[in-house]
Ligand binder design. Structure first.
Ligand code: 5AD
Ligand code: SF4
Length: 449
């Protein structure tokens, strides 16, 4: 049924979605379907979506609706393109999506990706339009084959779901309660990746720091770092950390594990204790600052990044100023800034929200401007000309195959020219030494040694 067919997967959202997309791609490939780059070439257009913010919703709806009149690909065995929607939006909206999007054929949830082939089959054979969701407790289904975007980089989910119920966030309702994967299984999976040539493993979870609580009655994320480090993988990263659960034990690993990269994403969300409380974040800005201090003590050159929400219901100028001050003081290499987006069903959606849109936009712009200036300054400070960095090459730069693109340990983008007669793709997946010559705001330029 799937032989000689093509599929295209589009993701809107976080790394967890990208990992899901790789597994869906593996699943479709194992059935004989061939991945293609664009929907125009595809018999199956598959969307993996995120519903954390309204923008992703809008982008999905817009993209699928405008595909309605696109011609089917020449040679299509069905005379029709099938559209399947999965991920968080699929899980949240189910049948409603089929009602709203007349060209959508199949909807599947976050816990039942393996349902996709039979749902597609029903659509092909019987013209059925169906949503299939599994409710309740999240379960680990990580036994699907996967088609990794880069053979040398792997995402490894260690928890799914979230128990935190930040008042603005829909994730706990959609992804379910937190569930940890046994540590032995994580170790095995990591070893299998290393044996297959993977250089970088990114451990994933909504809150990796609380890993293990459901299984062992206590958090054991530091132990996960230890077992993954022992595999000898070149680089370990992880996301996301909740500040309330980041322990001294984990912080110390930045000093002791040579393959744990000096980069940490630690979402602050706000710098105002009043707003943090209303968000149900369960830490104070003082505690957050203390964490940053400890991190810098054990790992002085650590690259820090964060998430900030601007315009949470009831945010005053004073609250915003506290956030601005925090961002300015910490000096992040990267800040993901979001305008608060009301999500139906969350407690914050019921809160009084009367700050005018323009005021929120103006605060947002001020913050983005600060972030840009700080990133530029930090990039220059942390990367003095002449320093030599091991760079994991990801491929060629967008416009020039003789210029490579890669990532430094701090996760900064590095570009350099490859030797004459060679192409950047020859180096993809290897770690090369690059002497930094210039630091720009969003990338470093250097010379291959
Ligand atoms: N509005 C705006 N931003 C949100 N985030 C989560 N929910 C919302 C929302 N309702 C942001 C948080 C989180 C990141 C993944 O998305 O900053 O850390
Ligand atoms: Fe959402 Fe908070 Fe859980 Fe992160 S920790 S997924 S922001 S509820």
């Amino acid at each position: 049924m799937f032989e000689n067919t093509t599929f295209c997967i589009t993701t809107f959202g976080c790394q967890m979605n990208k990992h899901d997309a790789e597994r869906l791609s593996g699943l479709m490939s194992s059935l004989g379907s061939v991945p293609v780059q664009t929907n125009a070439e595809a018999d199956f257009s598959i969307f993996v979506t995120c519903c954390v913010r309204e923008k992703a919703d809008e982008r999905l709806m817009g993209t699928v609706a405008t595909m309605k009149n696109d011609p089917v690909r020449p040679g299509s065995p069905f005379g029709k393109r099938f559209v399947a929607i999965g991920g968080c939006i699929g899980q949240r909206d189910g049948q409603k999506l089929l009602d709203q999007l007349e060209n959508a054929d199949v909807v599947f949830g976050t816990h039942n990706m393996e349902a996709l082939p039979h749902l597609l089959q029903e659509a092909i054979e019987g013209g059925m339009r169906r949503a299939e969701l599994v409710d309740g407790r999240a379960e680990f289904h990580d036994d699907l084959p996967e088609d990794r975007e880069h053979p040398w980089a792997a995402w490894l989910p260690i928890t799914v779901g979230c128990n935190n119920f930040c008042t603005y966030c829909i994730v706990p309702y959609v992804r379910g309660r937190e569930l940890s994967r046994p540590i032995e299984e994580i170790a095995q999976q990591a070893q299998a990746y290393v044996d297959a040539g993977v250089k970088e493993i990114t451990l994933l979870g909504q809150n990796v720091n609380s890993y293990g609580r459901d299984l062992y009655g206590e958090p054991r994320f530091a132990q996960v770092l230890d077992v993954v480090s022992k595999t000898g993988v070149e680089r370990i990263r992880f996301a996301t950390s909740h500040p309330k659960d980041l322990t001294d034990e984990v912080i110390e690993r930045f000093a002791t594990l040579p393959n744990l990269m000096p980069a940490l994403h630690l979402p602050a969300q706000s710098g105002s204790n009043r707003i943090l409380k209303a968000m149900n974040r369960r830490y104070t800005v003082e505690h957050y600052r203390e964490l940053i201090e400890k991190l810098r003590k054990v790992c002085p050159d650590i690259a820090l990044s964060t998430d900030i929400i601007v315009g949470f219901p009831g945010e005053t100028e004073e609250d915003f100023q506290a956030t601005y001050d925090l961002v300015n003081e910490v000096g992040y290499n990267q800040v993901f800034t979001f305008i608060y987006s009301k999500r139906e069903g969350t407690p914050a959606a019921e809160m009084q929200d009367d700050t005018p849109r323009e005021v929120i936009q103006e605060r947002f712009d001020r913050l983005v401007d600060l972030v840009q200036r700080n990133a530029e300054r930090l990039n220059l400070e942390q990367n003095q000309a002449g320093v030599v960095l091991p760079v994991l090459v990801t491929g060629a730069s967008k416009n020039d195959p003789s210029i490579l693109a890669g990532k430094s340990p701090r996760n900064q983008t590095v570009h350099a020219r490859v030797p004459q007669g060679m192409s950047a793709s020859d180096f993809a997946g290897s770690i090369v030494d690059i002497r930094i010559d210039e630091a720009h705001t969003w990338y470093l330029w250097g010379t291959m040694l």
